[in-house]
Write a protein of this length. Structure first.
Ligand code: ADP
Ligand code: MG
Lengths: 238, 334
């Protein structure tokens, strides 16, 4: 498997606060990689740094071997990385369809690509189709998350980064979301997944990294991490 | 409002607007003309503040750029009025980019301060430069003509600005529902999320600011020939605030709302003329009351994320099943 994304010794700051203290990780083509860690460990900051919302103070980020550090976020989207942020951030005042159209923004005027993307989303989530003219804000939490994922897919990313997609959802919905993530991956999209729900994430992922106060403290295959007693204790709530 | 009612009210207001010169006296026709100017200006500012969410406190500066460009070109260089229009719009666009490029990267409160300063700079320049006629301004601006017909009467200008106002409304409406209009809205609602979706934030903001500038300068150009004399007094900070008021009063981002807001901002003080000294006080109290009880404006835009949608989100969040899960996941993380 070739490497899609490489993060090399990245340090990120919020003012003087060093949120990432030299992180290195890689995501290979076709993988699902889980990024685990407790609250405030720096998981979201890692994604924000990759997507250009936070500029790293030091270190390099490579997509297919080319550095993307310093590019503005919209160019990083165009390069093929989509970040579905924490809390879904769909537009409450826009309809489901309009939200999806937003996701295809970088497709410019390619109406057929956007239409195809919307069709794909609707076939993946028939519930979104039923609600296509409903305002985003009136959807349930699970439906909003599905919408956020579909909106991200509209840009046809090489790498889809999901920040806590299961946050605040009922266990049965979480299962559904996890299932969909696997489907998306099978269809060829590489995924970097942040989860607090480590149990669910490690069932899904190929490999995982554990982040603690801005440093990676562990990395291994999902299988090994699932069996690791310290992880189980710290993050699986067992 | 249903589509039929909407169409009817648009047609009705157009008919009223077209017949108005035959229905009123000169005084009210003048008020109506001013209201039409305000519709043009407020729609231009609506693109900046309403669509893109950029607080501009110096919008009258672009009004001034248009008025002075036309005034100078017509009096000093004897240009035809119509030829001055593209020039003044181009100058406004360039000035918009010059002011916008460095400031639109800043947070919006800084932008407000910079635009406020810019408005003052333009006004002070107009007072001090010879070419703008210093404090007394430019007078003797010739009347424009179409073929051999010279626009001179009150009614001529009323119809000229009516046409411009209609064009401005149509243009802004189209912009609002275009791909670019969507991008502005996304930026306004959630800048980070919009950026994460691949929208070039700075480019889009700059575009909004420049388009607003162009529309403002168009209003200014027509204002110059209508008044045939312009002076710095017309482009004061108060002017910027009154235009902003029209936008906020009507409803940020709402096309019909902003038309209504512009008409009210001009008409209300006139209607209150009978109470003389009290009128601005009453006007002010009415505005404060409005902001308290209807902060989204009289005729809010559809894409409003005011109280109502926030409330919806809250009820969603506290829905039974979701609450259970939150407890559940808290347990997991403990
Ligand atoms: N916008 C911000 N400004 C300042 N500090 C922040 C900001 N966002 C996050 N932080 C801090 O950076 C650290 C990492 O946060 P974050 O990446 O959100 O963690 P996680 O997603 O793993 O919960 C935390 O200590 C947090 O308080
Ligand atoms: Mg986080």
């Amino acid at each position: 498997m070739s490497t899609l994304l490489t993060i090399d010794n990245v340090h990120s700051f919020y003012g003087k606060i060093e949120a990432l203290k030299g992180i290195s990780l890689e995501v290979r083509q076709g993988e699902i990689v889980a990024l685990l860690g407790s609250n405030g460990a720096g998981k979201s900051t890692t994604l924000k740094t990759i997507s250009g919302l936070v500029r790293p103070g030091k270190g390099d980020i490579l997509l297919n071997g080319k550095s993307i550090v310093g590019l503005p976020p919209h160019q990083i989207v165009e390069a093929g990385i989509i970040h579905v942020p924490e809390g879904r951030r769909i537009f409450a005042g826009l309809t489901v369809r309009e939200n999806l159209e937003l996701g295809g923004f970088t497709q410019k005027k390619k109406k057929d690509v956007i239409a195809a993307g919307i069709e794909q989303a609707f076939s993946m989530f028939p519930r979104l189709k039923e609600r296509s003219t409903q305002l985003g804000g009136t959807l349930s939490g699970g439906e909003q998350q599905m919408l956020a994922i579909c909106r991200g897919l509209m840009a046809r990313p090489k790498l889809l980064m999901l920040d806590e997609p299961s946050m605040g959802l009922a266990p049965i919905i979480v299962q559904e979301i996890m299932h969909i993530i696997r489907e998306i991956n099978k269809q060829g999209t590489t995924i970097l997944l942040i989860e607090q729900n480590a149990k669910a994430a490690l069932r899904l992922a190929h490999r995982g990294y554990v982040l603690e106060t801005g440093r990676i403290v562990m990395e291994n295959t999902a299988e090994v991490l699932r069996g690791d007693q310290s992880i189980v204790k710290a993050y699986l709530g067992a | 409002m249903n589509p039929l009612g909407k169409k009817l009210s648009i047609i009705l207001s157009l008919v009223v607007a077209c017949c108005l010169p035959f229905l009123t006296n000169n005084y009210w026709l003048d008020v109506a003309t001013l209201a039409l100017f305000y519709i043009v200006l407020a729609q231009g500012l609506n693109v900046v503040v309403g669509f893109a969410g950029l607080l501009d406190l110096g919008y009258a500066a672009f009004f001034a750029v248009g008025a002075y460009t036309t005034g100078i070109l017509m009096t000093v260089y004897q240009w035809s009025f119509w030829l001055t229009l593209p020039v003044s719009m181009a100058i406004a666009a360039v000035v918009g980019v010059i002011i916008g490029a460095p400031t639109l990267r800043l947070r919006s409160d800084y932008l407000a301060i910079v635009t406020l300063g810019f408005g003052e700079i333009i006004r002070i320049l107009a007072i001090n430069l010879d070419i703008t006629g210093s404090a007394s301004g430019i007078y003797g601006i010739p009347r424009p003509s179409i073929g051999s017909y010279m626009l001179a009467g009150q009614m001529d200008f009323y119809y000229l600005i009516l046409i411009i106002a209609i064009l401005a409304v149509l243009a802004v409406k189209r912009l609002g529902s275009s791909r670019i209009g969507r991008a502005w809205m996304y930026i306004r609602e959630d800048e980070d999320a919009a950026e994460a979706m691949g929208i070039n934030r700075i480019k889009m903001k700059l575009l909004a600011y420049s388009i607003g500038a162009v529309i403002g300068s168009l209003g200014g150009s027509v204002f110059a020939v209508k008044m045939s004399a312009i002076a710095p007094l017309s482009f004061s900070f108060t002017q910027s605030i009154m235009i902003l008021l029209a936008v906020v009063l009507g409803g940020l981002g709402s096309i019909p709302g902003v038309v209504l807001g512009a008409v009210l901002v001009i008409a209300l003080p006139e209607l209150l003329r009978s109470v003389e000294d009290w009128r601005y006080l009453i006007f002010g109290v009415a505005l404060v009351a409005m902001m308290l009880f209807r902060p989204q404006g009289l005729w809010p835009a559809r894409y409003d994320t005011g109280k109502d949608s926030a409330h919806e989100a809250d009820t969603l969040r506290t829905e039974g099943s979701d609450r259970d899960v939150q407890l559940d996941s808290e347990k997991c993380n403990a």
